[in-house]
Design a protein around this ligand. Sequence first.
Ligand SMILES: Cc1ncc(COP(=O)(O)O)c(C=O)c1O
Length: 419
Amino acid sequence: MVKYTMFDPQAYIQDFPILQRKIHGDKRLIYLDNAATSQKPQQVLDTITEYYTQHNANVHRGIHQLGDESTKIFHAARKTIATFFGTDPQEFVVVRNTTEAINQVAYTWGEEYLTAGDVILISEMEHHSNIVPWQELAHRKHAQLAYLDVDQMGRLSLDQLRIQIKTYGNKLKLVALTHVSNAIGTLNPIKEVVEIIHADSPETQVLVDGAQAAPHLAIDFHRLNVDFYVVSAHKMLGPMGMGGLFIRRDLLKKMKPFLFGGGMINEVTKEKTTFAEDLEERFTAGTPDVAGLAGWAAACEYLGKMGMHTLQEYDQTLVEHALRRLREIPQIKIVGPLSATQRVGSVAFLYKGVHAHDVGQILDSEGIAVRSGHHCTMPLHTKFEWQATVRASFQLYNTSEDIDALIEGLKKVQKVFGQ
Ligand SMILES: Cc1ncc(COP(=O)(O)O)c(C=O)c1O
């Protein structure tokens, strides 16, 4: 049963200048491609502009007022973002996006701790960003990449997980799973997954891909009790080119830096270098993107003001409305869980007899932006023999009217294709 919230998106829509745009002549923009990237509120845009117009200077290096201001903005932003995710700056490595975060874990932790014959376990619903880095690492290390199945309803089986843990024993070094599927919307029970892994295989590390969870759920890194949690700012109202790799402090302390150079050292001689003790410094090589970090922090503050629990409830109302209205069209087959409570942020579907790209194009002509294709989940699409699916994905500025417009757009597909 979905709870209805008091959240009123109308109070926030005007914060997003791009939503005032008309497209294809005079069509209102109905943006339902938020899982790919979200739009940015004026507060985030202003923060970035203010940094460059008022404070721009390199951090840590200048003994002058602007350098000092920039350094303060940098540290304050890191703190705001880390706090938003239930941790602190000593466990937060800044990266460009989720993809880079996962690659960094593969190249640092993976290179150091994985040996021939070890096993990395992922699921069939992973985004390519949580598949390819592990395939490459497994090739380099002669390790095995194993998969957890996804059932017909788009769910992972915890019983199969238990069996795999027993089968692989102490060879199982890493389980890397998405928190929320970008392709079928499934909300995975990460807390339960972690409890099972810790009970039967306490040495196994757990990485969670939070790219689709962070925009909609309250994430508490420590309560989830995982080793690595990775996110992208651009999907949660922040700027592109910013991401987070949250790592348990004791693990990070043992890890070698990935990038070497200025800013992360203690002492450099011609022959050798010692690295900064402070973890924030040790894992920040080179000039950071201070404006980007400040913009991301502004996005966290914006979301935090509404409260992630409120936003999650609101998202549930949108998902439930979309599921209900899509069922009215007989040509549509929804993929993934059929209950809103098992989903977050999106609904994807097939349109019988019409290619997803044609559906997307007709919707676009009506001002409705959705995504069609394999959504970077080719193994999942191959398994279910879906050529391509159409995905509508939501953010706090979407309304039930946007979903009703999607349904009207889909009725146009019926007219055009006579299906
Ligand atoms: C679940 C998931 N993981 C990883 C990514 C990769 O994110 P990025 O392109 O920001 O690195 C995405 C992007 O859509 C995603 O949805």
